[in-house]
Design a protein around this ligand. Structure first.
Ligand code: 0O2
Length: 249
């Protein structure tokens, strides 16, 4: 075997740095998106006393899954081709309580100036034939490195608890039966997706009606006290049985 020359060693060293940077940059992009979503979650809770996000999961695509996709899409085996064509190396999944929260969250993200929306797939308005529902955004976010800025693809999947329940189980079943499930079972899976969608619609309606009741309730309270802040506070304390001990006079 020929000994490595200085040039070979330099190339190898550069390639190693490139590879480390290549995967690290997706982790940084995920950290950034997670922070953005957490800020929205906390701020929403603080201002509106309501939380439109149940939970968030993020993942980096495993190297073998990346390679499978390179083969499936018939891409070059180069970092450049992977960077440009595989847009879900960094993936974040957000679960929301209600369908309306999905669209609220998605427009809040779309309005952020440093987020560039590259693609939006609405599998809620147009579910996949198997019944899969979710809102998918492919975005680009800037990552500031020591010597350059990179704009990195992140896939954001936003769905309700019911959609997530169905998708997680369907994923397991699909893989367990090695992608060859009989027609009768795929029909049952589709029916289960329809039930999940029906449940989402029911919960959304109940949520809307209770919200209207709450709004009407606080409007009545304000009218009752003709807008005087002291009496409003007094009524609130009285109504909810709050204890004012410990508050300054
Ligand atoms: P994983 O393990 O979750 O990452 P693409 O293949 O991404 O270039 P495509 O197929 O148009 O293009 O992507 P799409 O439809 O936006 O779906 C991408 C991801 O959505 C999938 O990633 C899944 O996470 C999820 N998804 C899409 N369809 C289904 C479905 O029918 N069932 C379930 N359970 N999940 C789905 P990966 O890479 O396939 O998997």
């Amino acid at each position: 075997m020929q000994p490595f020359s200085q040039t070979h060693l330099l190339h190898l060293k550069n390639f190693k740095t490139e590879l480390a940077r290549f995967s690290a940059v997706y982790k940084f992009a995920l950290d950034e998106m997670t922070t953005k979503i957490n800020i929205l979650k906390e701020e929403f809770q603080y201002i509106h006393d309501y939380n439109p996000i149940e939970h968030t999961n993020s993942r980096l695509k495993a190297p073998e899954s990346i390679l499978k996709k390179v083969l499936r899409k018939d891409l070059d085996f180069s970092l450049e081709a992977i960077r440009e064509n595989i847009k879900d190396i960094a993936g974040i999944r957000v679960t929301c309580p209600f369908i309306s929260d999905i669209y609220t969250l998605s427009s809040m993200l779309e309005r952020q100036k440093d987020i560039e929306v590259i693609e939006k797939k609405d599998y809620i308005r147009n579910p996949k034939p198997n019944g899969y529902q979710s809102l998918h955004l492919i975005v680009k976010v800037p990552v500031f490195l020591s010597d350059r800025e990179e704009r990195v693809y992140v896939e954001v999947q936003i769905r309700t608890i019911a959609m997530d329940f169905w998708a997680s189980l369907e994923h397991k079943i699909y893989y367990k039966y090695d992608k060859g499930i009989p027609e009768r079972l795929s029909g049952e899976l589709k029916a289960a997706a329809d039930s999940a969608a029906e449940l989402d619609r029911k919960m959304e309606n109940i949520h809307k009606e209770v919200k209207e009741l709450k709004n009407q309730d606080s409007l009545n309270l304000e009218l009752l006290n003709e807008g005087d802040p002291d009496s409003i506070l007094h009524s609130i304390f009285e109504r909810y049985g709050l204890n004012i001990k410990g508050l300054p006079e």
